[in-house]
Design a protein around this ligand. Structure first.
Ligand SMILES: NC(=O)c1ccc[n+]([C@@H]2O[C@H](COP(=O)([O-])OP(=O)(O)OC[C@H]3O[C@@H](n4cnc5c(N)ncnc54)[C@H](O)[C@@H]3O)[C@@H](O)[C@H]2O)c1
Length: 290
């Protein structure tokens, strides 16, 4: 129960990694606002947590909109009286095209949903995190460190978050507020597996070989790291880019292709997740190669 009685907002909590963060935080004793776009299965995630005894409020809205972002923070305060943790996890990955073919509308969508959401939620949460001496955990990406061909604006949006997080960490340290960023590698969500993904199926088949651990990460493996960073156990950690990428960042060659089946197997985990691959449902995905 490393988050016992903490009040946390989790954005992008209806699907994928966000659903796992929500369940993990609930198991660790946090009281939650789970937020996502109106079409996301946020209500379903909230009901699953509540039926297991958790305290949770769903919030539906577009967190790139000022009023929706303000309302999300207000819901936490009205429901629980304080705010200790913001997990800024919402984002999109909706196009696959070389930069000269990358549509301007997809660039704009990427910045809006990956950057503006994080800025607005941080801006509105900070006064309350200062009161509680709380913290923020952003979901960045190894792509924000290494860049990604065919998704250059996506990697750029995550690079923004990394630098933004460091600035927030430095600026807010005098208030006792920490800020950190988890940088996942390829995680087993709609983004890297299945027909909805911007990555063609042939490309998806090669993901394991790129990763020294030989496989995608699970949403729960990322949630575990975020729960630690959000907890008091990480009280001396701020301004950190925390890689959780299976070794992709230092990787050379196809180390992952040589990992035998047994160590390649993902851990079973303990969380019951229903929406790991639902994040791109209803979203327009553009693939220039097709
Ligand atoms: N899956 C990966 O391989 C991977 C790798 C590195 C980083 N990440 C990061 O992890 C985070 C979660 O990704 P995921 O794989 O779980 O994908 P996902 O699509 O399942 O989850 C993202 C959620 O954010 C929501 N969202 C997007 N824009 C929003 C907005 N304006 N307002 C409210 N909600 C919004 C989406 O609807 C979705 O439910 C993202 O920030 C992503 O950049 C993912």
């Amino acid at each position: 129960m490393r988050l016992r009685d903490k009040v946390a907002i989790i954005t992008g909590a209806g699907t994928g990694i966000g659903e796992a963060i929500a369940h993990k935080f609930a198991r660790e004793g946090a009281r939650l606002v789970v937020s996502g776009l109106p079409a996301d299965p946020v209500q379903d995630v909230a009901e699953a947590i509540a039926s297991a005894g958790g305290q949770v409020r769903p919030h539906l809205g577009d967190l790139a909109e000022e009023l929706d972002a303000r309302a999300c923070v207000q819901l936490a305060l009205q429901s629980f009286g304080s705010l200790d943790v913001l997990v800024s996890n919402a984002g999109i990955f909706i196009a696959n095209a070389e930069t000269d073919a990358y549509r301007i509308e997809d660039f704009d969508r990427t910045i809006r949903n990956n950057v503006r959401t994080a800025f607005l939620m941080t801006k509105f949460a900070l006064p309350h995190l200062q009161t509680s001496r709380g913290n923020i955990v952003f979901t960045g990406s190894e792509a924000g460190l290494n860049g990604s061909p065919n998704f250059t604006p996506y990697g750029g949006s995550k690079g923004f978050l990394h630098a933004f997080m460091k600035g927030v960490a430095l600026e807010q340290a005098p208030y006792g507020v920490r800020a950190n960023c988890v940088c996942p590698g390829p995680i087993d969500t709609a983004w890297t597996r299945g027909e909805d993904s911007p990555i063609p199926l042939a490309g998806q088949a090669g993901i394991g070989a790129m990763v020294p651990l030989g496989r995608r990460g699970t949403p729960e493996e990322i949630a575990n790291v975020i729960a630690f960073l959000a907890s008091d156990e990480a009280s001396y950690v701020t301004g950190a880019l925390w890689l959780a990428d299976g070794g992709v960042t230092p990787a050379k060659g196809d180390i992952g292709a040589h990992v035998p089946a047994d160590p390649r197997r993902a851990p079973d985990g303990v969380l019951t997740l229903k929406h790991s691959h639902d994040g791109l449902k209803g979203k327009e995905v553009y693939r220039a190669a097709e």
